[in-house]
Design a protein. Structure first.
Length: 751
């Protein structure tokens, strides 16, 4: 630990984290946020040299230059520096990148790691500072190189063959897309099968209850009954006419229900989805805030441990705190004779981490509810209750199964009740709901028959993945890691490969299915679940010094480069079929790309049918209806609609006395390079010159006058780092550098 006379700078990732740690360490330390990544692979080419053992070249991210300058300015005033980024491989790499940007003696820069932001954890981390773990850094760099190698090499092939320069292929995201597409194939191929059920409504001592037909007595053995048609049901009903319903067997059975382990990343995401309806990204965003710190009236306090973990391990201190709370609030019966220990099931678990748990057991959800948003409260309550339940005794359940005989048919009924609630006193799952109650019964009791109910059923296809169930599937395959689940699911939706149905189910779009089909056919290994899982395991091995990074990358690149060559030669050009139907001939519409780079719908029957429509499927031959909006007129406050004129869409006020018009700004989604270099947030938007020509200028005009006459793609030139633009020429359309002194260009596929 630094002496009291030394000035120490602690660098963390976020302002929220800096506030919480600053409160703990006090005035002897300067806490500064680096806002995460400060360096990335250079934008020139791939950013690494394949021929030189994949040696990477890193550069400071333009918008982070101001942050780096500020860190170096503060560094001149201190004696030592602690790097306090998150306790995982990505956090280790962030610490290393920050260190490489600092103009400060390396022997005075140290790494501190903690799983929770509490006084004990922070002070212990400061007391046990160490050097950056370069094996973890190497593993993270290898992942970055591997992912860029796959994405940057496959994506251009998709651009060419699918006539869409916006397509991309990620190493792990593509496998997740494959899972969703395969599930959709199963659903479409599913053939429902009919089956029937028969229930008897019975009564004893004034209490009604039901029993379901289960078996038929046939000789010495019972035969399970399966009814597949109404005819079979009627035959059974005929045989049950006038039957007496006699209790033939009662089977009591006592069982114990064990509590679930405390949350890891994937189980938290699943439970938040099923119980709270939160998506994966939303869950992680809320958890991040709970981890970094919430102001409870006395400054910022970290409420949960680090939320990106696959370990169920619990610290001795946390276990002791839970024990004291349970004994004091629930009594001896609710704490087990020996503490519950949850061991890892998989070899690739990072067991240096803990499970997700509350940092302070005494800060119950109700006691701090007023300081939390409703969403923060719900998630914190889920985490707190799950952890406390994991440390409690088993629930004891009395189960009763009753067989009822009627004319050689056996009806079955069951019931359960808690004889000791145990952990369910705090945390209940759906399976903890107790079955129907019925009166005391004895063998040979004759029951009062009321009626038979029959119901037709059909087998159901497998359900589509939700975000949470997809995470579970990825985890079971060993694909991805706690820090990657949310980005994987977000990216496949952002790329329009997958859409969310009913705000829950993930369904592949026609574009997603077309991309997946191409990848599965031509990149078999990349799309193979076992191969992808093995890649993840190899990255873990690099972090543990069990495998060499350079050899791993070379072993991957040699066969992959041959696969790329084969795909360039053999991948056929395909059109993306949509679910929209041609209004003239009834054929499916497909996505096409115009010579000006715009997507539109065209009939798949071309050239017999030459119907073309905008991407939204509206028929341009009909009058274009005004589009309602919630925008108010800036002049008079009246409602506005979107109208379409000869020069495009615009806003117009509905007030007859006003009729004010406002232009609709079309953004390219590309940051202005001049603003980016100066730390501003300008972006390039479509503008019209005084002579009627369109150009792309900065949204911060007149403060920034940067402009391009061609639409930017968002990519940087691999030779000079200027923006690339789309150029439509008689000799052929191309992607070219906007810098007049740079000759870089590449063909852009025409339609």
């Amino acid at each position: 630990m630094a002496s009291k006379t030394e000035k120490t700078l602690v660098i963390v990732e976020s302002p929220a984290k800096s506030k919480t740690i600053g409160k703990i360490l006090g005035n002897n330390y300067i806490i500064q946020a680096s806002m995460g990544h400060v360096r990335d692979l250079t934008s020139k080419g791939l950013g690494f040299d394949i021929e030189n053992d994949f040696k990477p070249t890193f550069e400071i991210i333009p918008e982070k230059k101001k942050v780096v300058n500020e860190l170096n300015k503060i560094a001149k005033t201190v004696d030592r520096i602690y790097l306090a980024s998150d306790p995982d491989r990505e956090g280790e790499a962030i610490a290393w990148h920050v260190k490489e940007c600092l103009k400060f003696p390396e022997d005075k820069i140290f790494r501190i790691v903690f799983n929770e932001i509490t006084p004990h954890a922070i002070k212990e981390a400061v007391a046990n500072y160490h050097q950056i773990d370069m094996l973890k850094v190497e593993a993270q760099k290898t992942r970055q190189i591997l992912d860029k190698l796959v994405g940057f090499k496959i994506s251009p092939i998709l651009w060419e063959k699918m006539k869409n320069y916006k397509l991309s292929a990620g190493r792990v995201q593509s496998v997740a897309l494959k899972m969703i597409c395969e599930r959709e194939d199963e659903i479409e191929a599913f053939v429902p099968k009919e089956y029937w059920s028969i229930e008897a409504l019975l009564n004893k001592s004034g209490v009604d209850f039901t029993a379901e037909l289960s078996r038929k007595i046939k000789g010495a053995k019972d035969e399970k009954i399966e009814l597949h048609s109404e005819k079979e049901v009627l035959e059974v009903l005929e045989k049950l006419k006038g039957a007496k319903y006699i209790v033939s067997k009662i089977t009591p059975r006592d069982t114990q229900r064990k509590p679930q382990p405390p949350f890891i990343t994937s189980t938290l995401q699943r439970e938040a989805s099923s119980k709270l309806g939160y998506g994966v990204s939303k869950t992680m965003q809320i958890a991040q805030k709970l981890y970094e710190g919430i102001d409870l009236g006395e400054g910022s306090i970290g409420l949960i441990t680090y939320m990106r973990t696959d370990s169920t391990r619990i610290s001795d201190d946390a276990q002791q705190s839970a024990k004291e709370y349970i004994l004091n609030n629930f009594g001896d019966d609710y704490y087990p004779k020996t503490p519950n220990i949850y061991t890892k099931k998989k070899q690739n678990v990072q067991d240096a981490h803990e499970a997700i748990r509350p940092s302070y057991i005494d800060k119950t959800p109700e006691s701090i509810k007023k300081y939390l948003t409703p969403e923060q409260y719900k998630l914190y309550k889920l985490i707190w209750e799950r952890f406390m339940a994991s440390q409690m005794t088993n629930a004891k359940v009395k189960n009763l199964t009753v067989d009822i005989e009627a004319n050689n048919y056996i009806f079955k009924m069951g019931s359960s009740k808690f004889i000791f609630d145990g952990f369910t006193k705090i945390y209940k799952d759906e399976e903890d709901v107790i079955a129907q109650k019925f009166p005391d019964l004895k063998v040979n009791d004759e029951l009062n028959f009321k009626k038979l109910n029959t119901e037709q059923h059909f087998t159901q296809p497998p359900s589509r993945y939700s975000e949470a169930s997809l995470v579970k599937q990825l985890e079971e395959y060993g694909i991805g890691r706690p820090s990657t689940y949310a980005p994987i699911i977000t990216k496949i939706q952002q790329r329009n490969y997958v859409e969310k149905i009913d705000n829950k189910s993930l369904k592949p779009t026609p574009l997603g299915r077309a991309v997946c089909k191409q990848l599965v056919e031509h990149f078999v290994k990349i799309m193979d679940y076992k191969f992808t899982a093995q890649m993840e395991a190899s990255l873990d091995d690099i972090a543990e010094d069990k495998q060499n990074s350079t050899k791993f990358l070379n072993d991957f690149w040699k066969p992959f480069s041959k696969t790329l060559d084969d795909a360039k030669q053999n991948m056929t050009r395909v059109d993306v079929e949509t679910d929209k139907v041609c209004p003239n001939c009834g054929r499916k519409m497909v996505v096409k790309l115009s010579r000006y780079g715009k997507q539109f719908l065209a009939c798949s029957g071309y050239p017999e049918c030459k119907t073309a429509l905008p991407m939204d499927g509206t028929n341009t031959q009909n009058k274009i209806e005004d589009e309602p909006t919630d925008k108010k007129c800036e002049k008079c406050g009246s409602e506005m609609v979107i109208k379409t004129g000869p020069y495009g869409k615009y806003y117009q006020c509905l007030n007859e006395k006003c009729k004010k018009r406002f232009s609709i700004v079309e953004s390219s989604g590309v940051k202005c390079p001049e603003c980016e270099a100066k730390g501003r947030d300008g972006e390039l938007v479509k503008r019209r010159s005084r002579y009627g020509s369109y150009f792309w200028g900065c949204s911060k005009y007149p403060d920034c006058s940067f402009a391009l006459w061609a639409e930017p793609t968002g990519e940087k030139c691999p030779e000079c780092s200027s923006l690339l633009v789309k150029k439509f020429l008689k000799k052929g359309n191309k992607i070219a550098c906007s810098n007049k002194n740079c000759k870089y260009s590449r063909p852009m596929d025409e339609e």
